[in-house]
Design a protein around this ligand. Structure first.
Ligand SMILES: *Cc1c(COP(=O)(O)O)cnc(C)c1O
Length: 433
């Protein structure tokens, strides 16, 4: 099934042909570690990459394969690779882009884990990251590119403040430099935004969040546009001949030789997934597939719930500010109109106007909102990010992301907006009683 079909058709049926799976209506879970090789001639073909059937589930699996194909189709991408977590998707992508001695140029407005890995883990393995402190200033991206910078990394909708980078302009900067633009599209989901439409080369997800949407799985995805020129002189590591990629006549081949149409995910699979090993389990792939079936319906409802809650918060005397592109006087309104016509996500933050003690009382008093470190769930969630999800951030990083200790983050789920608003109202009453 190709792009001939609309998004909502592909999200339910894309990438799956039941005739190839005993006519099973629901995608079967291939719960097996390995696959028989048949005869040794077939084994030769499989191990020399001339035939691509599954061998071992760390590298590929038919259930995971359907998920990868479906996501590729939903994005009009050349290829996808599913991984065991969003962090695997982020870190493998950055390592894959950088190769040996390469640097990454990254926005400062990021998921706390990604930002912290830059300073506490990546230098251990020779990966240096430069930070764009103000991603609203495109010239900072221009100036930040060094001779060995191999990728720009941004989030299309940041967490927790739903700020929006001007993706098209940043893509133009990357293109002029001949380097990859990698976009973490987790908060947006492909229902709200397809970053490939605006020049992204690589898109990554934590599928744990809105993509699956039921808070029941940890998963990640990397997709590639298939349009980037890895032969432009910046990606020697894609051209280097490797013994294990040799053909039947023992001639060494490069990643680009073996995976000409999908070099980025091809290299990720051959090296990072193969040797670092964060493989998605078939059962978890099945859960992501199930979640995807209702992506549009869920996210549309969540965006509507976000709108209703923003209106409520804006007239509440105990709220000092509300941050979301739909909030009053939000500076990202114009970018939201351009990139997010269907809504700018369902993560909403606000300033709690009260003492630390009152804030703690408020958090303890919600009954419909669940207090936990996640987003994009079918249930509505609430958290104080400074002390939890973003606890890794130094004071300087906190300042850059604009995080203050009065911040409360909501992730709107699928409940009745009436109950959500009433729940916040009663929690405010408890806190200020
Ligand atoms: C949660 C998250 C991640 C990490 O994903 P996991 O699935 O938790 O490993 C990366 N990026 C963003 C934007 C996230 O919200």
């Amino acid at each position: 099934m190709s792009r001939l079909y609309e998004f909502d058709t592909l999200k339910v049926q894309g990438g799956y042909n039941s005739a190839e799976h005993n006519h099973a209506v629901s995608v079967p879970i291939y719960q097996t570690a390995a696959f028989t090789l048949g005869d040794s001639y077939r084994a030769d073909r499989l191990f020399s990459f001339s035939e691509s059937d599954p061998i071992y589930t760390r590298l590929s699996n038919p259930t995971v394969d359907v998920l990868e194909k479906r996501l590729s189709q939903l994005h009009g991408a050349a290829a996808a690779i599913a991984l065991a977590s969003g962090m695997a998707a982020v870190s493998y992508s950055l390592l894959n882009a950088a190769g040996k001695g390469g640097r990454i140029l990254s926005s400062a407005r990021l998921y706390g884990g990604s930002l912290d890995a830059y300073s506490s883990l990546f230098p251990d393995i020779g990966l240096e990251v430069d930070i764009v402190e103000n991603p609203d200033d495109i010239s900072e991206f221009e100036r930040g590119i060094k001779e060995n910078t191999r990728a720009i990394f941004i989030e299309s909708l940041s967490n927790p403040f739903a700020t929006i980078p001007d993706i098209e302009k940043i893509a133009a900067v990357a293109q002029r430099a001949g380097i990859l633009l990698i976009v973490d599209n987790t908060l947006a989901t492909p229902y709200l935004l397809n970053p490939f439409d605006y020049g992204a080369d690589i898109v990554v997800y934590s599928a744990t969040k809105g993509l699956t949407g039921h808070g029941n799985v940890i998963a990640g995805v990397v997709l590639e546009s298939g349009k980037f020129d890895y032969g432009n002189g910046n990606y020697e590591h894609f051209l280097q001949p490797l013994w294990f990629l040799r053909d039947a006549d023992d001639r060494e081949r490069s990643i680009l030789d073996v995976f000409p149409n999908e070099p980025f995910t091809g290299r990720l699979r051959a090296l990072h997934l193969n040797y670092l090993g964060a493989a998605l389990s078939p059962f978890d792939a099945y859960l992501v597939l199930l979640g995807l079936e209702t992506l549009s319906e869920r996210v549309a409802k969540q965006v509507a719930n976000a709108k209703a809650v923003i209106e409520y918060l804006e007239q509440n005397e105990h709220v000092s500010w509300v941050r979301h592109p739909y909030a009053k006087d939000n500076p990202y309104k114009a970018l939201a109109d351009k990139y997010f016509p269907k809504g700018a996500g369902a993560v909403v933050s606000f300033g709690f106007k009260g003492t630390e003690e009152q804030k703690r009382k408020f958090l303890a008093a919600t009954k419909v909102f669940s207090y936990q470190a996640n987003i994009g769930d079918a249930r509505s969630l609430i958290i104080n990010p400074t002390e939890t999800t973003h606890v890794e951030l130094t004071h300087k990083q906190r300042e850059l992301t604009g995080l203050s200790t009065d911040t409360i983050r909501l992730s709107l789920g699928l409940e009745s907006p009436k109950d959500l608003i009433a729940d916040l109202q009663q929690a405010f009453e408890v806190a200020f009683s």
